[in-house]
Design a protein around this ligand. Structure first.
Ligand SMILES: Cc1cc2nc3c(=O)[nH]c(=O)nc-3n(C[C@H](O)[C@H](O)[C@H](O)COP(=O)(O)OP(=O)(O)OC[C@H]3O[C@@H](n4cnc5c(N)ncnc54)[C@H](O)[C@@H]3O)c2cc1C
Length: 378
């Protein structure tokens, strides 16, 4: 540029790299759409798929309450609307010192500031053992693709007594594609049904499982000599075993040299900022709060999203991140029972009914619709 006879080079745009298109990063993209990108910055979104599948609607898809493509956010369109660029790929290595991410295609992406929202990885094979009938719920996109491609199962075992496992057991028992309802057994593990939920919620869930003829086993599932077992009891014959056993930290996180907790999740403060590298942020299941325990749950990824958006904007401007995510003590959790009803949990309170499912559908579809509007795909 000619500046009073002096030639000055334009400052290169700084790169904000969003790794993973999870429930927090869609809020970051939404903020970029609404308020425009930070000055002199480019945004790059790295994800293996052009869409985020909203996990809360997967049990409803199994039960035929939603179409396969209803519960998705178009990440590629959202990134475009945000003035950013979507790169298809998976992060396999992160060097926070050199500020470089390597993808599964071998490409390197450099950044000034990076934010991680990749979720965790499945633990099915590690905890149960390997078997061709095993499908892990994570990555959820692969789970949906494999279930959609296979013939309807006749006998299913679900391993995992948390909310995800319980909802999947109900969804698979009511599998829309199946001529006859599949037989379903749910192995909860030693912690029992819905650990962390109130007694009234657990009782309602136990009654609904019984009513629907879903066998409940309060024992650890594992493969032994090629058979799926719950404790000492065989659950054979089974033609599908679904693992919903929570998530583990991706290996590349631990290898990156970032500060991590005992399980390898990125340690962040209330501002979602890495404890070791201030230009690294993380949210959702891949992150662990250093200041307080916080369950790995979509609710926290969703609510941390706007905080993360504000803090990334500040970080890109060279300012201190201004906002902290202060989770409420209780979260509303709505569990689809696959039969036209749902169970609500809020702290010690519980409710069950068709109205709970109507409320769940309304909340879920409103969440999806806001992003469809912003992405221009509504
Ligand atoms: C059946 C089921 C139902 C559930 N229902 C609820 C519910 O109703 N409410 C609730 O609060 N929680 C629910 N959960 C838990 C919830 O799914 C997770 O806590 C939530 O998805 C975590 O969000 P996230 O943003 O961390 O990551 P995710 O939603 O897992 O998104 C991660 C994104 O990153 C991408 N990605 C992954 N690896 C890489 C990589 N290496 N590089 C680049 N991109 C990558 C993925 O493709 C994806 O786009 C449910 C879970 C299950 C299994």
């Amino acid at each position: 540029m000619d500046n009073g006879g002096q030639i000055t080079a334009r400052k290169p745009a700084a790169t904000l790299l969003l790794v993973g298109g999870g429930h927090a990063h869609v809020a970051v993209l939404a903020d970029l759409v609404r308020r425009g990108p930070p000055p002199n910055a480019r945004t790059v979104l790295l994800t293996p798929h052009g869409a985020l599948r909203y996990s809360g609607m997967v049990p409803g898809w199994l039960a035929g309450q939603h179409g396969r493509d209803e519960g998705v956010v178009d990440l590629a369109a959202l990134a475009r609307r945000a003035g950013g660029e979507w790169v298809q790929g998976r992060c396999v290595a992160l060097d926070p010192g050199r500020r470089i991410v390597r993808t599964d295609s071998g490409a390197e992406i450099s950044f000034d500031c990076v934010s991680l929202d990749t979720g965790g990885v499945g633990r099915g094979a590690a905890l149960l053992g390997d078997d061709p009938r095993l499908i892990d719920i994570r990555p959820i996109e692969d789970f949906v693709a494999r279930i959609a491609a296979m013939p309807p199962p006749r006998r299913v075992v679900v391993a995992g007594g948390g909310a995800g496992g319980v909802e999947l057991a109900f969804g698979l028992r009511n599998l829309a594609r199946a001529g006859a309802r599949p037989e379903v057994a749910l192995a909860t593990g030693a912690d029992g049904l819905l650990p962390g939920f109130s007694e009234p919620v657990r009782q309602r869930a136990a009654r609904a499982l019984l009513r629907q003829g879903i066998a409940l086993h309060h024992a650890e599932a594992r493969f032994e000599g090629g058979a799926i077992m719950a404790g000492a009891q065989t659950l054979e014959p089974a033609d599908l075993v679904v693992a919903a056993l929570g998530s583990a930290a991706p290996g590349w996180v631990r290898e990156s040299g970032l500060a991590v907790d005992g399980e390898g999740f990125v340690l962040v403060d209330a501002r979602q900022q890495s404890l070791s590298h201030p230009h690294v942020f993380a949210a959702g299941d891949v992150a662990a709060r250093a200041d307080r325990p916080l369950a790995h749950s979509g609710v926290h990824a969703v609510f941390a999203g706007p905080v993360l958006a504000a803090n990334l904007r500040a970080a890109m401007a060279g300012e201190a991140p201004p906002r902290a995510y202060r989770p409420r003590w209780n979260s509303l959790y709505l569990m689809n029972t696959g039969d036209g009803s749902a169970i609500a949990s809020y702290g010690p309170l519980a409710a069950r009914g068709r109205w709970v499912l109507a409320l769940k559908h309304w909340i879920d579809k409103r969440w999806i619709a806001q992003y469809a509007r912003l992405a221009g795909t509504a």
